[in-house]
Write a protein that binds this ligand. Sequence first.
Ligand code: OGA
Ligand code: MN
Length: 203
Amino acid sequence: MTEKFELIADGLAGSGYAVADDFLTCEEVSAILSLPLFVNGMEGFRKAGISKQGAVHSEIRGDYIRWIDPLTADQATKVYLDRLQDLIRYLKQTLFISIQDAELHYTIYPPGTFYKRHLDQFRKDDHRKLSVICYLNPGWKEEQGGQLKLYMEDESEKIILPEAGRLVCFRSDLLEHEVLPATRPRLSITGWLLDCPAELRHL
Ligand code: OGA
Ligand code: MN
């Protein structure tokens, strides 16, 4: 894993983003996909909002989310949370960034839904420093859509497929991005590394 962490730190320090494949193994992804919350069809999910107040606007974003409480998370999810903690420790040591906590949710985009171009920091709350997304979609094909499109500072664009086990990490204050519509459900765990304690305000 150290090599992957190194690659992520280099990407963040350079262009502000990084992609690491196999951050989770196939088996680790399968274990998460076998959880009742996914198997029983969006159990405990609700439609995501676009502000801290949670106003729903389907013309901007159409995904469903379920916040994760790290204290009560199941074993399969904890494997991911623990690896993320290792990554946070590494990033703190190498990039000297102040990360205190993380907030994460499971995410499902039903077919045809999307998230228009946006920035992850809120206007009145800049505690989100890094956006971190791990995809859970085995065998994703390009023609199925669902790409993450990152708008880079030099005006180039990065296109990333939401393939299972792949981790994407980018600067929440810097990089605008969007999620394109897909022809199959698009699953992930989405999170943010914060420079303050998570309030668990979402639970
Ligand atoms: C988000 C987001 C990107 C993705 O949830 O804010 O931009 O690839 N997600 O799921
Ligand atoms: Mn986003």
